[in-house]
Write a protein that binds this ligand. Structure first.
Ligand SMILES: [Zn+2]
Ligand SMILES: [Zn+2]
Length: 231
């Protein structure tokens, strides 16, 4: 199966596109407790988190050492598994966010729903939220069908940085989720209006989510041209 919005290849059971965030397949996400995978608990959960810790690289993070500045070592992939208990709250939240999105992209909706409340709780425990953190929460809200929560994060982002593209992205998705086509079109249009100037600012979170931005740009352009595809 491929994403109807951006064409990314997806697992047959995927409910959300990991590339552009579009909802895939019919219907709302059920509550996370539906089909709770009891097999993923206790020790198995710890093992999953350890695997996650190994797999999520830090290569695209803002402030990373520029290419070549460190002699091109591949040390990052050789480090021992980080101890979850030693992670900063921010790292833990980011890893859980990545976990949920990866599971969705693999079509493992049940597992994603299992991790969703953990991810949201990890963000709720952070003393302060930056724009990227708010975007992550908004995307997590969307995977759970909570468009009101996603809109609230979009509003917070918009208040902090009125032209920030993440606010328009969250709004478009949230409006789509509640079948408000006019609202979604407005959000797409605002995205396109601000896109060039905003991306020229080279915000670190834009680099981190370049794939999402590119996929969203394609969809926004299609919507603006009146070529929305039938659902
Ligand atoms: Zn997509
Ligand atoms: Zn991010």
């Amino acid at each position: 199966m491929t994403c109807h919005a951006c064409g990314a290849p997806l697992a047959a059971t995927a409910k959300f596109c990991h590339k552009c965030g579009a909802q895939v397949g019919g219907g709302q996400a059920p509550g996370w407790w539906v089909g709770l995978p009891w097999g993923v608990a206790g020790a198995a959960l710890g093992a999953l988190l350890a695997v996650l810790a190994l797999r999520i690289g830090r290569s695209r993070e803002p402030g990373a050492v520029p290419d070549g500045a460190r002699g091109g070592t591949a040390a990052g992939s050789l480090l021992p598994a980080p101890d979850i208990s030693q992670m900063s709250p921010e790292e833990r939240a980011t890893r859980l966010y990545n976990r949920v999105m990866t599971l969705h992209s693999q079509g493992k909706a049940d597992s994603a729903e299992f991790f969703l409340p953990m991810a949201l709780q990890a963000y709720a425990m952070l003393p302060a939220l930056d724009i990227d953190g708010r975007y992550h929460i908004g995307v997590l809200d969307l995977t759970g069908g909570d468009y009101a929560g996603a809109l609230a994060q979009a509003d917070s982002i918009h208040r902090a940085v009125p032209a920030h593209l993440f606010a328009f992205m969250l709004r478009a998705r949230a409006f789509e989720l509640r079948h408000d086509a006019a609202g979604a079109r407005r959000a797409y249009a605002e995205f396109l209006r601000n896109e060039a100037a905003e991306r020229a600012r080279q915000r670190p979170e834009y680099a981190e989510h370049a794939d999402n931005l590119d996929a969203f740009h394609t969809q926004a352009t299609q919507v603006a041209a009146g070529r929305t595809r039938a659902r």
